[in-house]
Design a protein around this ligand. Sequence first.
Ligand code: MIC
Ligand code: SF4
Length: 642
Amino acid sequence: MGDNLTTKMLRAHLVDGELVAGSEIGIRIDQTLTQDATGTMAYLQFEALGRDRVATELSVSYVDHNMLQSDNKNPDDHRFLQSVAARYGIYYSRPGNGICHQVHLERFSVPGKTLLGSDSHTPTSGGLGMLAIGAGGLDVAIAMGGAPFYLNMPRILRVWLTGQLPEWSSAKDVILELLRRLSVKGGVGKVIEYCGPGVKSLSIPQRATITNMGAELGATTSIFPSDEVTRTYLAAQQRAEVWQALVADEDATYDESVEIDLGVLEPLIAQPHSPDAVTAVRNVAGTSVQQVCIGSCTNSSVADMETVAAMLKGKSVHPQVSLTINPGSKQVFEMIARSGALSDLIAAGARILEAGCGPCIGMGQAPASGSISVRSFNRNFPGRSGTADASIYLASAEVCAATAITGVITDPRDLGNKLAIKVPEAYLVDDNMIIPPVADGAATEIVRGSNIKPLPVRGRLDEPITGEVLLVTGDNVSTDDIMMAGAQVLPLRSNIPAMSAFAFVCLDPTLPERAKAAGGGIIVGGENYGQGSSREHAALVPMYLGIRAVIAKSFARIHLANLLNFGILPLTLANPEDIALCGKGDEMEVANIAESLQAGIPLTVRNQSTGKSFEANCRLTARQVRILLAGGLLNLVKGTTS
Ligand code: MIC
Ligand code: SF4
C-alpha cells in the first residue's frame, strides 16, 4: 500500500516517534514565520533560549496585524521586530509589504518543505505543497532554535475533488462546503489532503484560499499536491527552481475520505456567528447590508482583486454600504495599480486600506452598532469585528462585490455573466520591502520600546491544584473569546499585565477582577475549547492571572499545546455530562497530579462545595508531562525549574 502525500512529507521530516495515528511525533522544521501580534512574544522567548542565530533554513518576521499607529506602541514593536530580525538572521517583511500568508505564498513557500508559523492560518502555504502548520509563539521560538516540533500524528482525510467550478462559484465555496459538512471541529486531529481530477482546475491562489480556511475546520493543516499548476505559479513568481513534483502514491490509503464535485457548488455564505453556519447565498439573498470588506489572508490575491474591480467597474458602491478593500500584499497592490483595476475600485467608491489584516482582526473599520457586514474573510466570531452586536457573514470576493453594488446579500449569478479574469502569467517581483538577514548580526542592538515588558513565568506545578470555578462556558469558545484582539488590545501583546484586564471579557467582563481577587482559579469549557487563532496569549494571560487548570469536554489543537506550554493543566471530562457537576463559584480540588499523569490514569476532580467527584483525562506523553510539571516549556528547555 502506498503513502499519501502527508505521510511522505512527515516521514521525510520525522526526527522522533512513529507515524502511528494519535502517537506523538517530532518533525524537523525547515521554515518559520511570525507576524507582529504573536512575534514580539515569540522573539522574547527566542531570546530567552540564548541562541545566537536561528537554526532554520529560513525564518521570516512579518508586520501585518498591528498596523494602526495611534500611539507609540505598535511602531515601537515594529522597530523591536526589525532589530531582532537583524540580530538573529531573520528576514523582515516591513509594514506595508502585506499579510504574512499571502507574502509567504508569493515569495518564500517551497513545495516539500515544512513551515511552522505563529499564526493559525499558516496552512495557507499548503496550497503550494508545503506542510505548513500553525502553532503558539513559543513552539515557533523553539523551532527557530533548531528543535523539532511535536504534534500528535494526525489522521489523514482525503478530499477527492472532481469537476470544475461553475462560473460564479469560487474556491471559498469549496471550503465553505466542507465547513457546512464537517463543522468547526470536523478537522481536529486531521490533515486534509486534496486530490482527484478537480485539483488541476484550481490555481495556486484558489488552493491557498482552501488550505487557509482549513484552520476553521480545526485541522492540523491542509495540503495540495505540487503539480504543473504549482510549477507555473512559481515560474510566474520567478522562483521556478524551488519546484518539485509531489503527489500521493496511486494506491495511497487514507483514514477518511469525502468527495466534492466542484461542478455542482453554488455560492455559499457563513452566517453569524460561526464559520460553519453555512447556507446557500440564495437562502439569505435580499438581507440588507451596511458594510462589505474584501481582503484578508483568505481572499486578497491579484485574481480576487481583479475580479472585484471588474464587477465594480463603471458602477457605484450602494449608498448604504461602506466597502473596504485590503490588497493582500504589496505585489497585489502594485499589480492592480498598474493594471488599472485599482482606479476602477476607487472610482466605484471603495475605501482602499493598506496591505495588511485590517478589519479582519478589528484593526479599524468596526461596523456600526447592530449592523450587518459581509466579508471575504475567514472568521466571524462575536465581537471580533470590534462591534459587539454586529453580525458578520463570510463569503467569496464575488459575493462581497455583488453585495456592495446592490446593498443586499446578492448571489452574483443574478448579475449576469462573469467577466473572465486570467491568472497573471508573470507576477511583479520586487522584494524591496523585505530586508534579508545579515551574515553576522551579533553586534546589532535590539531596540526595546516601553511596550515590551519582561516575560511572565510560572514555577513548577504545585500539588494539589485548588481553586474556584471562575467561568463555565458553552461549546466552541474561541481564543477571540478568551483573549480578544482588536485595535485596543492587540498592541498590548508584549505587555501581559496590561492585557490581563481584558481576559475573557467577551464572555464575562467581571472575570479579570474576580480572578485577581481569588488569586486565580479554574475555567470550565465545552467542546472544542480554544478554537480559532494560535495566540498563546489565550494561555499566557490566564497563567498570569493564576488560572491553574481548564476542564473541558474537548480542546482545539493549538490551544491545548499552548496551555501545556504555559503550565496550565488541561483536563478532558471523562464523561461530558459531568460538566453539570461544575458550577460557577464552586471550589475544586485536583490531587495526585504528577502520579496520575506519569501512570497515564484519569485524575479525580473533587468539587469541595458539593462534595461530588468526577474523573477527567489528561493523556500526555512523557515529554508533555515533563513540560507541565516544570511549569511550562520554557522552564523545561532552560532547565530553570526542573
Ligand atoms: C487571527 O486571525 O485570529 C490572528 C490574529 O491572525 C491569529 C493570531 C493572533 O492572534 O495574533 C491567528 O489566527 O493565529
Ligand atoms: Fe490576518 Fe485575518 Fe489572516 Fe489572521 S485571519 S492572519 S488577522 S488576515
